[in-house]
Design a protein around this ligand. Sequence first.
Ligand code: ARG
Length: 445
Amino acid sequence: MREINASIPFDKALWRQDILASEAHVAMLAAQGIVSQEDANAIANGLARIATEYETQGVPEDWDLEDIHMTTESRLSELIGPVAGRLHTARSRNDQVATDFRLWVRSAIDQMDEGLADLQRALVARAEEHASAIMPGFTHLQTAQPVTLGHHLMAYYEMFARDRSRLEDARARLNECPLGSAALAGTGFAIDRDRTAQALDFTRPCANSLDAVSDRDFALDYLHAASLAAIHLSRLAEELILWASQPYGFVRMPDALSTGSSIMPQKKNPDAAELVRGHAGRVIGCATALMITMKGLPLAYSKDMQDDKPPVFEAAGLMELSVAAMTGMIAEATFHTDRLREAAELGYATATDLADWLVREADIPFREAHHITGAVVKLAEERGASLDALPLADLQDIDARIDERVFAALSVDASVAARASYGGTAPEQVRIQIGRAKRALATRE
Ligand code: ARG
């Protein structure tokens, strides 16, 4: 029982939140005349001393004391005697742990948000530097149309902006205080829940005590937001891994975030990116684990809920590392812009531009223009030439309506510049989106 029951090995991470919540609780008990001011002072001084002890010596791990709540209460009674026993008036470990854990998840949300904001800043800086650098845009990982590197990087800015807005939503829903719900039904003491909620920076007390002690949605909201951010990180990581491989040669990863091989001297491996890609699997596993723990639990608290902490702690640690590693990789990577342009010029990436030109200049229906362009691409393939290297006479053999003006549309620069619709890849559009992003990052830390 001792071994299966103990949560102290992991819930000691909650010690700061546990002490903060106890301080708020005892101050409220004194203000309401439920304990004397003198006893409240003794308790508060004892808690302050315990905080210093934990800070300097760590939290002791006595499994017989089960969890962080009992550990602190037991130390408090060693320090101040039987008065310590008054702290637990009008509360239970059920509302205590729910409060502590909300406080912990709230700071994890804030931390992830800050990390993602730094990553966005790195993306925006690199996007600005490469707002007009041309690269192949892919669908099905096949060259599709030329795009700009700035546009590609800003796509990830948008994903992380949504991740941050999910965190913001999660934070707003989380920010209600369970303290005072006691074991499950509330308490007969004349407590002031608004006061404790306010002292702990919650917006309001939770409205239903049964729900408050047994709700773990806030942790699931966090894990869901973390999972989506991890998915986005893993997509970016995957691209960096591909781009850094020799056949692509699009990017050189920073040495500080790569490793060598113990046997092949020429190797430089993008390990940090691979670990970011791998961590996504673990973070999603954490979210899945807690969802399955929670399904089917009757009201109110059940001990299953003690298992809520390890997956949240694990996911938070993985996300902190992944976001920091990705920020370093984006900030320090060297993009080989010549190679990117060369790749965009292969693969007939401007074929759509030829079709669009036929529609615009020769008033040909798009489907027919698509067909004519197919014949041009086939010819270029046979000749091993790029589209703009085909002689005009050969193009006119395919369709007489083609004239020399078409060549201006067939360069990758013209192709990219033409896509100036809102949200498109034209450098002017990319710069507009970069400006918007910079303003958003400046106003929303
Ligand atoms: N260690 C417990 C947890 O993390 C604290 C709450 C215990 N409550 C109880 N009724 N046994 O969930």
